[in-house]
Design a protein around this ligand. Structure first.
Ligand code: MLT
Length: 269
């Protein structure tokens, strides 16, 4: 792990392996540890860079304002600090996907490919945005307990909740350990994020869209629509997985990512 100073804050970043850069961007309210299985697999032949976004994991929150665009700027600053000039494969989950859209908007020339897991292009409806702002206010007064209790059953498919309690517990622990100020800041930032639906036809970078069959937060039908609106979008559904597909069905997700990154060699193999 490295603490990387960037402007007003320092980010905790896991860096493993050598090869083409693969940047892993976690969801809300999580940290880089959700990518354990992807770090293990892809660090064999990639430089895997898995930051904790500002305020999450061991990264510092830094100064206001907190926005999804700023999180995208942070990723570019991490790449600069690591002297990564080669375009990256950016693989992101959910809130990480919102950051990925903004990274594309600001730094398209730094992207080789996108892998977007269990995320959406639409903005929040006015009601959903207000709900997030209300939750942010509650988290600041009462802590993250209620949010975590409500979110855990939605993050995982029922079979995952039943069969892999250790995975569920470790994710719950990360969520419970997150600073309420960071949770509130990210909730407000997500509520204010731009709608990317009308931009999808412009996003020509090859993009793999991965969605758990049983994801109740970002349903399969919505991600299929996103994929079909993108000129080079490829959709893969992961059987038996929920919103945390890369952790719940890591072998299947890793296989889909490899096939997308190395189409020729997987066809031969
Ligand atoms: C996430 O997993 O990052 C969140 O569910 C995203 C969201 O709340 O929209």
């Amino acid at each position: 792990m490295q603490m990387i100073p960037i402007g007003d804050t320092s980010l905790n970043v896991r860096i493993e392996g050598t090869g083409p850069p693969l940047l892993l961007v976690h969801g809300f309210p999580l940290d880089h540890t959700m990518w354990e299985a992807q770090v293990a697999e892809f660090s064999r032949d990639h430089q895997v860079i898995a930051p904790d976004l500002r305020g999450f994991g061991a990264s510092e929150l830094g100064s206001e304002p907190y926005s999804i665009g700023r999180l995208a700027d942070d990723l570019a600053a991490v790449l600069d600090a690591l002297h990564v000039t080669q375009p990256v494969v950016l693989c992101a989950l959910s809130m990480g996907g919102y950051v990925a859209w903004q990274f594309w908007d600001r730094y398209a020339n730094r992207l080789e490919k996108l892998v977007l897991c269990d995320t959406r292009a639409a903005a929040d409806s006015p009601d959903a945005a207000q709900g997030r702002r209300d939750t942010a206010a509650r988290v600041l007064t009462d802590g993250v307990g209620e949010l975590v209790a409500g979110m855990v059953p939605k993050l995982f498919a029922d079979p995952t909740l039943e069969r892999t309690p250790d995975l569920v517990q470790s994710v719950r622990h990360v969520m419970e350990s997150t600073d309420p100020r960071s949770v509130a800041a990210a909730l407000r930032a997500m509520a204010a994020r731009p709608n990317m639906e009308s931009r999808l036809p412009e996003i020509a970078v090859p993009t793999l869209l991965v969605c758990g069959e049983l994801d109740v937060i970002t349903p399969v039908a919505e991600m299929r629509r996103v994929a079909s609106a993108m000129p080079n979008g490829l959709f893969v559904e992961i059987a038996g997985a929920g919103h945390m597909a890369p952790a719940e069905q890591a072998i299947e997700v890793n296989r889909a990512i490899r096939r997308f990154l190395e189409p020729a060699s997987s066809e031969m193999g």
